[in-house]
Design a protein around this ligand. Structure first.
Ligand code: SAM
Length: 248
């Protein structure tokens, strides 16, 4: 099984968008429930910490990249007065997001299909940008970060949330047990085969990503993309990584 997953990860480097699209196309129906349930509510804490970095800048326009079902976009709408644009490459995820936006009659959130690697916006078009669980799905994280930073005005905030590998040897075995056994089984029971697939994929994908790009390399990529005052916060024993910085 790990061999199959790793082949999928490698394939994702060759045709990254096709792999992510295929992975997420089957998930939207129960996405929000399972995202919270399978993370034991940690996802919401991590999201809140990421949005905390954006709120003090009182942005007027915010771009949320890899917005999926618009959970972060809606949290930004709740906590700021900004107009929010959410983009994602998977239409099925966006359709579910649009239904949530409509259900709340939230007129400040607009959703559109776009790739993080090539955003259809002018330089400096946004006061702040957030992105969540994105960098494992792009072929060139450094180039993608440069593209994300490009659309943020000087002085604007960029904030992100990604999964991470717990750094301490004492938590790593528990994390591996959770991601290799509990997550695929719980995914299958709660969400069916699509979620079992995600459950099998996540652990190896996260470890593979940090083997190629350790946290220090992330910080360097942010700095090389023109972001300064880059802060890193690991949460939940290292399972969540929240970063933020300012466009120079
Ligand atoms: C794990 S989901 C996270 C969704 C949302 N941010 C959240 O926290 O609920 C990752 C999302 O990234 C999107 N994605 C992956 N690669 C992308 C890319 N290159 N450009 C834009 N979106 C991408 C997927 O379609 C998926 O909706």
């Amino acid at each position: 099984m790990p061999g199959r997953v790793m082949r999928a990860v490698r394939r994702s480097r060759e045709e990254p968008n096709a792999f992510a699209r295929q992975l997420f196309a089957g998930l939207p129906r129960r996405y929000d429930l399972l995202e919270e349930g399978l993370s034991f509510g940690q996802n919401r804490r991590w999201r809140t910490a990421m949005v905390d970095a954006v709120v003090p800048g009182r942005p007027r326009r915010v771009l949320d990249v890899a917005t999926g079902t618009a959970g972060v976009a809606l949290m930004l709408a709740d906590r700021t007065d900004a107009e929010i644009v959410g983009v994602d490459l998977t239409e099925e995820m966006l359709r579910q997001g649009q239904a949530r936006v409509d259900a709340r009659a939230e007129t400040r959130v607009r959703l559109a299909v776009a790739r993080a690697e090539r955003l259809p916006f002018d330089d400096g078009a946004f006061d702040a940008l957030t992105f969540t669980y994105l960098l494992r799905y792009v072929a060139d994280p450094a180039a993608t970060l440069r593209e994300l930073a490009r659309v943020v005005r000087p002085g604007g905030t960029v904030a992100s949330l990604e999964f991470a590998v717990p750094p301490r040897p004492v938590w790593l075995p528990a994390w591996r047990l959770y991601t290799r056994l509990v997550l695929p089984a719980a995914g299958l029971i709660a969400g069916g085969p699509e979620w079992a697939r995600v459950g099998r994929f996540l652990g190896p994908s996260i470890e593979e990503h940090y083997r190629h790009h350790p946290v220090e390399a992330h910080v360097r990529m942010w700095q090389e993309a023109g972001l300064e005052d880059v802060r890193v916060r690991t949460m939940s024993l290292g399972g969540g990584l929240v970063m933020h910085g300012r466009r120079a």
